[in-house]
Design a protein around this ligand. Structure first.
Ligand SMILES: [Zn+2]
Length: 504
């Protein structure tokens, strides 16, 4: 085993150089010794078989041997300075909340135009994990993923009456033929017209749950709070089609429960509150609100019976409002709206002729629901409520990288100690960590400096090769962000700690 890890180390050192010149040169640069170590390494991960010693001709990377991330190569500020917030110097947006400031400081987002942000690599990694979690929950209840155009013609919006009702919030434009178009803030019209265009739905297809995760647009009068209130953002929107009000209400509950599971998975204390149906319409609506000081919604919560509503929905009362369910006193909180569900009935299906087969086989307008989750908003809101003032903190499943490895400073007494063998061993034992172990190779900086940056970026686990790495056996300092613990662990100990960590 010792030989294998030495072999991997040699290979990994070469790999570091090779990464600069592209993967085609892998075979040439990795010598026979490295190759031997490499093959021994991936036998651990692979079952033995006839292909074990050959590489696929189209793939110059063996399994487990893909390039591993190194900090100095990332499109990411290499020097995190508290006093500098990138993008805020020349006419950038006003800093209005903690998540916006932390994400700007750490180089996760960059302002583009008012209310629009570039999402940079760390942010995109977190966002993609969130989307994978959403896919899991939506597909677990039978959701089928689609992708509808953001650009929509005015026709369907006129038919539903929302072309006028949406007012200035709707981004409108004309094409070169003079056709009126808009950039969708939501897709009730588009999806209902799509379903209608494919003919009636059979009872076998019900409930039909179509969802997408796409960019949405809203001409906010006051874009602010970074990703919390942007003009262009990611939303997960799902639309349900059923044959009867009773079936549609079952579906409504099913989707609400899936949302609850998602927020639980993220560790966010989201409350489901009764809400106003607004311009979307329908007869029933709930919001999924995350209590937070920067929230723009006012929530009325009953500690007695659990009743929760958006304060907008309550009739104004003289004196302190009482709980409509139990009569007890209500408490108020501010909240960030992360999700919204609507029971629509036949409001859209009757306009567009989206039908389903009724009990007697005759077509009926579909009973519909629509369900939104703000994807980029959930990311920012999670950072907002989980982070202290000066460091990013993520829901564990969304952390952009799960582990950061900090090798010794160049020229230090420990400089000869490598963390590459540890990384290779981690990847062989826990293949789910592929691409998740970031090496902070800025060895010109002290360990303390890099550790500070690591804490700012919020990796759940930071493994430091400090002084004790020279002991026999070598010991690593492991910083566990969620518990705040620092542990001294041997290589086996680190592997044991991370072996079962689940990555989305
Ligand atoms: Zn109550």
């Amino acid at each position: 085993m010792k030989g294998a890890s030495q072999g991997n180390t040699a290979w990994s050192e070469r790999r570091g150089r090779r990464a600069l010149s592209g993967k085609a040169s892998w075979k040439r640069r990795a010598g026979p010794h490295a190759m031997g170590g490499l093959l021994r390494g991936w036998r651990v991960a692979l079952m033995s078989g006839p292909h074990r010693a050959t590489l696929h001709p189209l793939c110059s990377w063996p399994p487990g041997g893909a390039p591993q991330p190194e900090f100095s190569r990332l499109f990411q500020p290499q020097n995190l300075r508290e006093d500098e917030v990138s993008g805020l110097d020349a006419g950038g947006p006003e800093l209005t909340c903690k998540s916006q400031r932390l994400m700007l400081q750490a180089g996760l987002i960059q302002p583009a135009t008012p209310g629009c942000f570039h999402l940079l690599p760390f942010a995109v990694r977190a966002l993609e994990k969130l989307v994978r979690l959403m896919d899991r929950e939506m597909q677990a209840i039978g959701g089928q993923k689609v992708d509808m155009p953001a650009l929509s013609s005015a026709g369907p919006w006129r038919a539903s009456g929302r072309w006028d009702r949406m007012g200035r919030e709707l981004f409108r434009l004309d094409d070169r033929q003079g056709h009126e178009l808009c950039l969708g803030p939501t897709h009730e019209e588009v999806v209902t017209a799509l379903v209608a265009s494919r003919g009636g739905l059979s009872s076998r297809q019900l409930p039909l749950l179509l969802y997408q995760v796409t960019r949405k647009f809203r001409d906010e009068p006051k874009p602010r709070f970074g990703l919390l209130r942007a003009r262009e953002f990611y939303m997960k929107d799902l639309y349900s089609f059923d044959a009867s009000p009773a079936a549609a209400r079952r579906t409504y509950k099913l989707v609400g429960a899936a949302y609850g599971r998602l927020f639980e998975r993220l560790g966010l204390p989201v409350v489901r509150v009764q809400a106003d149906t607004g311009h979307i319409g329908g007869s029933e609506s709930h919001e999924f609100q995350l209590p937070a000081g920067v929230g723009e919604d006012r929530l009325a919560l009953c500690p007695g019976c659990g009743f929760a509503a958006n304060a907008e929905t309550l009739a104004p009362a003289a004196g302190p409002p009482a709980c409509p369910a139990c009569g007890g006193p209500l408490t108020e909180s501010k909240g960030i709206e992360l999700g919204h569900t609507f029971y629509l009935g036949a409001r859209y299906s009757s306009v567009f002729g989206a039908t389903v087969a009724g009990a007697d086989g005759r077509p009926l307008p579909a009973e519909m629901g629509c369900y939104g989750l703000g994807v980029s908003r959930i990311l920012a809101a999670a950072v907002e409520v989980l982070s202290p003032e000066d460091c990013l903190r993520w829901p564990l499943p969304l952390a952009p990288y799960r582990v950061c490895l900090i090798p010794p400073k160049k020229g230090s007494r420990e400089a000869g100690a490598s963390v590459e063998a540890l990384r290779a061993r981690l990847l062989a034992t826990a293949p789910q960590l592929q691409g998740e172990i970031l090496l902070d190779d800025r060895t010109q900086l002290t360990i303390g400096r890099r550790l500070k940056d690591a804490q700012k970026l919020g990796y759940p686990f930071v493994v430091v090769a400090g002084r004790k790495v020279l002991e026999d056996p070598p010991l690593y300092e492991v910083w566990c962000q969620d518990t705040g613990q620092v542990r001294l662990l041997s290589e086996e100990g680190v592997v044991e700690l991370l072996r079962t960590t689940e990555v989305v």
